[in-house]
Design a protein. Sequence first.
Length: 482
Amino acid sequence: MSDNDDDAYMMEEGDDFEYEDEDDAEEEGDAGLENTYYTAKSVKEDDPDQAIKKLEALVDQETEKGDWGFKALKQLTKITFKLHRFEESLGYYKRLLPYTKSAVTRNYAEKSINSILDYVSASSDIDTALMQKFYDETNQSLAEAKNERLSMKTNLKLAKLWLDRKEYGLLSKIIRDLHASVKPEDPDSDTVDNSRGTLLLEILAMEIQMYTETKNNKKLREIYDQTLQVKSAIPHPRIMGAIRECGGKMHMSEREWAKALNDFFEAFKNYDEAGSPQRTQVLKYLVLANMLMGSEVDPFDSQETKPYKNDRQIQAMTALVSAYQRREVHEAEKIIRENRATIMDDPFIREHIDDVLRSLRTQWILDIIKPYTRIEIAYLARQLSISLDEVEDILVALILDGKIRGQIDQVTGKLELDTQNSIDSKRYASLSKWADSLGRLHSSVIAKSAQSGPGAERTMGGFPAFSGGDAGMLQFGSMGGW
């Protein structure tokens, strides 16, 4: 090898060495940023202001937008938000969003955005306007990046947030935007793109929950029917559970107990498949509908519901079903009193439990008045521990429905029953006619015996015969006795 060759070789070695020095400098720089990041992260709980200073310094040190700067801004957003410095937190978040376009991978960017929005949305301290700004900044950034999929997911997340917060005005607006995004490409077509059917059902599920909460039954019916028409979708069972639950509540408001029972059963199965804790609550609604329908079938006999029969949250409803089926009105009232947390604390159950008690009281009154032709209303009220007006209301309903025949005497405060039209009275009338016939037969036998001579034995069928006067003593009491 010549000297020139050696020089060339040495130059190449020098070049390589210098290149390696630059690479090492970058690695050392990254190592410095990494150390700063983890140092700041380790003190964020004990000294958040110190952590903020270190993270800000890290962002300033980074010459180009990179992974460590992105991570630092994410921490800054969360630390300041936790300190209730919401405007400052929003400022850091706005600085973070441009990093999602090039500094980090798309997948990591999406996970980070979702993580921050979930963190922000979980707070009940931030006001609505500022919360909206977090989502507006996100959507603007996603629109610039033309990330329609994440933009849609973000809007769905915001819609869920407004639903949970009962911000129905804001929810209505975002639902309109979501519907516009799933319209078919052909404006004259009534069908929805198959790929968007599932998304449409998710939107409708939130809309139907909104109308359920606001008790807009007209729109609720319209949206409910629309959900049943969406065939081109494979929805998450949690979504179908929500739709069916709202359908059941709608049918309950219309007093269509059987339809409500069916929808609650479908909702329960979907929630159970999704592993949602809402299945327990819907199972209570199913039991409620079962009682109001007057069904004698145990709702826990099915394969799906049987495992929950002894669930602690369900046991009170199980006992209530048992009392209902035995027509034990006083036992049912006791169960409700002693289990307010699992029964009456739910507004929907509380709204309909009066129907259950009314049904039980109605049946109790029907049973108790059977042998009477008149009975004091005050007595019924005392026995049921309810007001006179409530008893009168039940009696009027029974009279109007034709379940009893009679009238209420307001002067004496009594229910007077028309015994000629009751089933028991018809039975008693038939027996009375039979007694009259027997009396006439007896008189006829006596007359024939008298004609046969004074020594004739006065018997009838082997039994001593009654005298004419005795026959008149055979009659039935007005209260069903002899």
